[in-house]
Design a protein around this ligand. Structure first.
Ligand SMILES: Cc1ncc(COP(=O)(O)O)c(C=O)c1O
Length: 397
């Protein structure tokens, strides 16, 4: 289908058709270009490609990688309404390359205080070795952002909804403040997916995803992608080529296949998550529930303003604290006890001892990642079965 006319079509149509502009030999699905290098007809042709005068496939580590990677990136660019994109081997490879590409020694990052534990560790343990320091602030508080920018931050890194506290940051307001301060706004959109939230349309410069989650959607791949402004992504691609965090070609194929059903899966994730959140909120053994789609969420109105739905992630606290939480997680049968998220099946985990175990305890507690917190990535099974599994485990706790 003509890719230019696709821009006018709806999200679901672009999930299915973007990047799929006629494959060789009439192949209906994109071929997996399982090759590490590309052959040239002449040295002149090779010179044009390597000098950058003409865009072409050269070596799989370098943009545009392979036609399979390109089709994946084109789909993401269409879905996030971006100018350009670069795929990666994982979400962490993406974040590392974005920081190394866009920052210099002596620069500072202003980062949401509650972020994925790996992001926190990258920013506090690895980047300082290159002279890049990070200030962690409550990005849902615009005064804290202004103050942080006053220290000369060159990049604002936002995760919203945040992992695992479900805190929401106002993307339009932060992007505007950052633009005035000449800082680049990077948003980790892993939790919401472009189906429910498009940060670039709200003023951000770059969106990053762990494609391991909703983009792939089936818990069977590791991948990442950065999409956004063309001038910035050009530098990110150069860094990808030189640091080598290249997405595998088979993973690019799986990510394309995942994206074809993104809109359908996300609807069901969100529908199920709201039912589960309401069930937990009314359960006598549950202390509190955080789900942006609940009216009781402290920032429900802001979530409603910038998201078109609330995705499939929620956290809750169980009465009886850590010990009761452990019992629940050992008591579940249908749900799986595992880190990661965004898969078709329901995953349950304990942030304090799993995803956020790398964070010092006092930092964790200050940020609200309490010992009684349980995080659920609600899958697309029949919701009655998910609720029955949780109910049985809660009764045992
Ligand atoms: C919000 C978020 N961002 C980034 C990452 C890192 O992604 P990956 O595991 O693909 O490196 C994760 C992983 O759990 C995540 O939850």
């Amino acid at each position: 289908m003509d890719q230019r006319s696709l821009d006018q079509r709806g999200f679901g149509t672009r999930c299915v058709h973007a990047g799929e502009d006629g494959h060789p030999h009439g192949a209906h699905a994109i071929p997996i270009y399982q090759t590490s290098t590309f052959v040239f007809e002449s040295v002149r042709e090779a010179e044009e490609a390597f000098s950058g005068r003409k865009q072409g496939y050269r070596y799989t580590r370098s943009y545009p990688n392979t036609p399979t990677h390109m089709a994946f990136v084109e789909k993401m660019v269409s879905l996030e309404r971006a100018e350009a994109g670069q795929s990666f081997a994982s979400g962490m490879a993406t974040e590392a390359a974005v920081a190394l590409a866009l920052l210099n020694k002596g620069d500072r990052i202003l980062c949401t205080d509650v972020v994925y534990g790996g992001t926190n560790a990258l920013f506090t343990r690895i980047l300082p070795k290159f002279g890049i320091e990070t200030d962690f602030v409550d990005t849902s508080n615009l005064e804290d952002i202004q103050e942080g920018l006053g220290k000369g931050a060159k990049m604002i890194f936002i995760e919203t909804p945040a992992n695992p506290t479900m805190k929401i940051t106002d993307l339009s307001a932060v992007s505007e403040i950052a633009r005035d301060a000449k800082a680049v706004t990077v948003v980790d959109n892993t939790f919401a997916s472009p189906y429910f939230q498009r940060p670039l349309e709200l003023g951000a410069d770059i969106v990053v995803h762990s494609c391991t989650k909703y983009i792939g959607g089936h818990g069977d791949l590791l991948g990442g992608v950065a999409i956004g402004r063309k001038d910035l992504i050009r530098d990110v691609s150069r860094t990808e080529a030189l640091t080598g965090g290249t997405m595998g070609t088979h993973e690019a194929f799986l990510a394309i296949r995942g994206l074809k059903t993104l809109h359908v899966r996300m609807e069901r994730h969100a529908y199920n998550a709201l039912q589960v959140a309401e069930f937990l909120e009314s359960h006598p053994k549950v202390e509190w529930v955080l789900y942006p789609g609940l009216e009781s969420h402290p920032q429900h109105d802001l979530a409603k303003k910038q998201m078109s739905g609330y995705s499939g992630m929620l956290s809750f606290g169980v009465k009886g604290g850590r010990r009761a939480g452990m019992k629940i997680m050992d008591g579940i049968e249908l749900c799986s006890l595992a880190v990661s998220l965004g898969s078709v099946d329901t995953l349950i985990q304990h942030p304090a001892s799993m995803t956020h175990a790398v964070m010092p305890r006092e930092v964790r507690e200050r940020l609200g990642i309490s010992d009684d917190m349980i995080r659920i990535s609600v899958g697309i099974e029949e919701v009655e079965d998910i609720i029955a599994d949780l109910d049985r485990a809660l009764i045992l706790a």
